[in-house]
Design a protein around this ligand. Structure first.
Ligand code: NAI
Length: 251
C-alpha cells in the first residue's frame, strides 16, 4: 500500500461526493468516505471495495472540531496518511433575506466554511509533512449571487477566498488548492429544491437545461472528472483557481 495516495472526500455518502469518491478510487486512490450519514457512507465504501478499490467509511460532522480531529486521525491509522482532501459536504437552507433565520445562516456557514476550515487545517499537517498535497473545495455558481441563497452564496463565495489563500500559504509545500463551482447538478440536493418549489424534478431539470449553453443539466460525474484532474500528479502547476463546471461560461 505504500505508493497508494490517500484521499478524503467529505459529504461522500451520496450525490457529487459519492461520484468523486468512486472516481478517485478508480484513479487508484484509497478513499475515506466521510459523511454525517454513516450507514449511507458505508454503502459507498462497500461499492468501491466491490469494484476492486480500497475505501473506509467514516461518520462525522465536519463542523465539529473534536470529531474532525478524531476522524482524520482514524483515517491516518486505518487507511494511511491523507494527502488529498475534497471539501464537498454541503447543505442548503434557502429563504429570502427577510425570512432567513439566524439558525439557517449559521447552519450553512458551519458546514461549508467552518467544516472546510477544520478539515483543511487537520489534513494539511500530513500534506506539508509529505511535501505533496491536493485540496479541492466545492464552491458553486451561486457564489455569483442567487436569490433566496444569501447564506449559501456567501459561504460559496467565501470558499473561493479560502481556496486562493490556502493556495498562497501551502504552495511551497507542494500542495495545490483549487475550487470547482458547479452549475445545476442532478442530486438529492437539487431534487429537494424542486420538491420545495412544488415542481416535478423532470420539469425542473428541463427548465434549467433550457438556460444552459450545452443544453443539459449536469450529473455528479461531470464534477468528479474535474476533481480527478485537479488532484492528478501532473496538475501541480494549477493552483488557486476556480473552475466553473456549469455547461457554459460564468464568472
Ligand atoms: P447532497 O445533499 O446530495 O449531498 C451532500 C452530502 O453532504 C450528504 O450526504 C450529507 O449527509 C453530507 N453532509 C451535510 N452536512 C454534513 C456535515 N456537517 N458533515 C458531514 N457531512 C455532511 O449534495 P450535492 O448536491 O451532492 O452537493 C455536494 C456539494 O456540491 C455541496 O457542497 C453543494 O453545495 C455543492 N454544489 C452542488 C450543486 C448541485 O447542483 N447539486 C451545485 C453547486 C454546488
Amino acid at each position: 500500500m505504500s505508493n497508494v495516495r490517500i484521499a478524503i472526500v467529505t459529504g461522500a455518502a451520496r450525490g457529487i461526493g459519492a461520484a468523486v469518491a468512486k472516481r478517485l478510487a478508480a484513479d487508484g486512490f484509497a478513499v475515506a468516505v466521510l459523511d454525517l450519514d454513516e450507514p449511507a457512507a458505508k454503502l459507498v465504501a462497500e461499492a468501491i471495495e466491490t469494484s476492486g478499490g480500497h475505501a473506509l467509511a467514516v461518520g462525522v460532522d465536519i463542523s465539529d472540531e473534536s470529531g474532525v480531529k478524531a476522524a482524520v486521525q482514524r483515517i491516518g491509522e486505518e487507511l494511511g496518511e491523507p494527502t488529498v482532501l475534497v471539501n464537498n459536504a454541503g447543505i442548503i437552507r434557502d429563504n429570502l433575506l427577510f425570512k432567513m433565520s439566524v439558525d439557517d445562516w449559521d447552519a450553512v456557514m458551519n458546514v461549508h466554511l467552518r467544516g472546510s476550515f477544520l478539515m483543511s487545517r487537520e489534513v494539511q499537517a500530513y500534506m506539508t509533512k509529505s511535501g505533496w498535497g491536493r485540496i479541492v473545495n466545492l464552491s458553486s455558481t451561486s457564489a455569483l449571487g442567487n436569490k433566496g441563497q444569501a447564506n449559501y452564496a456567501s459561504a460559496k463565495a467565501g470558499l473561493q477566498g479560502f481556496t486562493k489563500t490556502l493556495a498562497l500559504e501551502l504552495g511551497k509545500f507542494g500542495v495545490t488548492v483549487n475550487a470547482i463551482a458547479p452549475g445545476f447538478i442532478e442530486t438529492e440536493m437539487t431534487a429537494a429544491t424542486a420538491q420545495r418549489m412544488g415542481v416535478p424534478f423532470e420539469e425542473f431539470k428541463n427548465a434549467r437545461a433550457a438556460q444552459i449553453p450545452v443544453a443539459r443539466t449536469g450529473v455528479p460525474n461531470d464534477i468528479a472528472h474535474a476533481v480527478s484532474f485537479f488532484v492528478s500528479e501532473d496538475a501541480g502547476f494549477v493552483s488557486g483557481q476556480v473552475l466553473y463546471v456549469a455547461g457554459g461560461p460564468r464568472a
